[in-house]
Design a binder for this molecule. Structure first.
Ligand SMILES: Cc1cc2nc3c(=O)[nH]c(=O)nc-3n(C[C@H](O)[C@H](O)[C@H](O)COP(=O)(O)OP(=O)(O)OC[C@H]3O[C@@H](n4cnc5c(N)ncnc54)[C@H](O)[C@@H]3O)c2cc1C
Length: 306
């Protein structure tokens, strides 16, 4: 299917301002890296996602799902087909006697959700306040920090299959484990989440949020673009510690560098390319293997043509 035909189809289903052709992905990733996507489409409604699913299925157009782009490295060659940013909004709170039930759209930023819960004195979501992702991305990654993870708060998930059918999954059915969920195994798109959380004391919730923010400021190179921790934690080792012990802090290729502040982060010091980042990743993997015998595994996801 020609590009102009794809555009005409999309235009029938979505407002013009939600469709961009030949869009540089560096504008949509936390790394500030990434070549051109043929189409970058923002979906604010379920029906808009369903329309894109129909199009991509019928004409075999590659489809890439994106949240806030905070856990991905996009190739310098970009992404063929359609990148679909899930921007479903909405946050509703239903207060039960002992627990609050919160329905959150997949496109809502975690920081915003955390602030809304603080205002209502709902506890248990403080861990997520400094994670720069959307609810959908966090569910897929089972994002976590400071002893909490999405698995602990999710009651159920509503998602779309690639055929465009709605499906509801219970927490158990999500196969959550460390930085993993069913959404890594099957091409399901998170639409909304129902959280179940206890009530708490506003000052205590605020104190936790402040403590975690302070800890991130002290330990993480937040002034540079990155995708957070580049590698997963090992089953019997802390990866950042291994990288540090291998003397790799500050190791760089071009503008890609193993942060001097936190060895688990690879940062973009200005004009790093995806290929610079990959070269640093490969060198770090190789050196850690040679010096410690440990295989380290990527946490960030690679999107596009590598
Ligand atoms: C400074 C910094 C600090 C970070 N700290 C943490 C931390 O403490 N803990 C932690 O776990 N992570 C952390 N991260 C990583 C990242 O923020 C999380 O993984 C986050 O949950 C990703 O959400 P996102 O919306 O940005 O997803 P994206 O990066 O856009 O996408 C990640 C993956 O999820 C998929 N996806 C996105 N939305 C959906 C959807 N609606 N349905 C199905 N699949 C979807 C994408 O296809 C992709 O495969 C950090 C990142 C940075 C830059």
């Amino acid at each position: 299917m020609e590009k102009n035909q794809i555009y005409d189809f999309l235009l029938k289903e979505l407002p013009k301002e939600q469709i961009k052709i030949d869009e540089l992905m560096k504008y949509h990733t936390n790394f500030k890296i990434g070549g051109i996507a043929d189409f970058y489409v923002i979906a604010k409604k379920v029906s808009q996602i369903q329309a894109v699913l129909r199009l991509t299925k019928e004409y075999k157009i590659p489809l890439t799902i994106l949240g806030n782009g905070s856990n991905v490295l996009v190739s310098d060659k970009g992404i063929r087909g359609i990148v679909l940013k899930i921007a479903i909004e909405g946050l509703e709170i239903r207060k039960g006697k002992d627990y609050a039930y919160i329905t959150v759209g997949a496109g809502e930023p975690l920081g915003k959700v955390s602030y809304s819960l603080l205002k209502e004195e709902i506890a248990g979501f403080e861990f997520a306040s400094g994670i720069p992702g959307t609810m959908g991305g966090a569910i897929r990654m089972n994002a976590g920090a400071y002893g909490g993870e999405m698995k602990d708060c999710v009651l159920s998930i509503t998602c779309l299959t690639r055929d465009g059918n709605l499906k509801e999954l219970s927490n158990n059915e999500c196969n959550f484990s460390y930085r993993h969920s069913i959404f890594c195994e099957q091409p399901l798109i998170v639409i909304k989440t129902e959280l179940k959380l206890p009530y708490g004391n506003k000052e205590e919730i605020q104190a936790k949020i402040d403590e975690y923010a302070q800890s991130r400021k002290e330990k993480q190179p937040l002034q540079y673009p990155s995708a957070g921790s580049t590698f997963k934690r090992g089953s019997d080792f802390i990866t950042a510690k291994l990288i540090d012990e291998c003397g790799l802090k500050g190791y760089s290729i071009g503008d890609a560098q193993v942060s001097t502040m936190h060895a688990g982060f690879i940062i973009n010091k200005g004009n790093a390319t995806a290929s610079d980042i990959i070269s640093v990743i490969n060198a770090v993997k190789q050196k850690v293997l040679e010096q410690t015998g440990k295989q380290i595994e990527l946490e960030i996801e690679l999107l596009g043509e590598f």
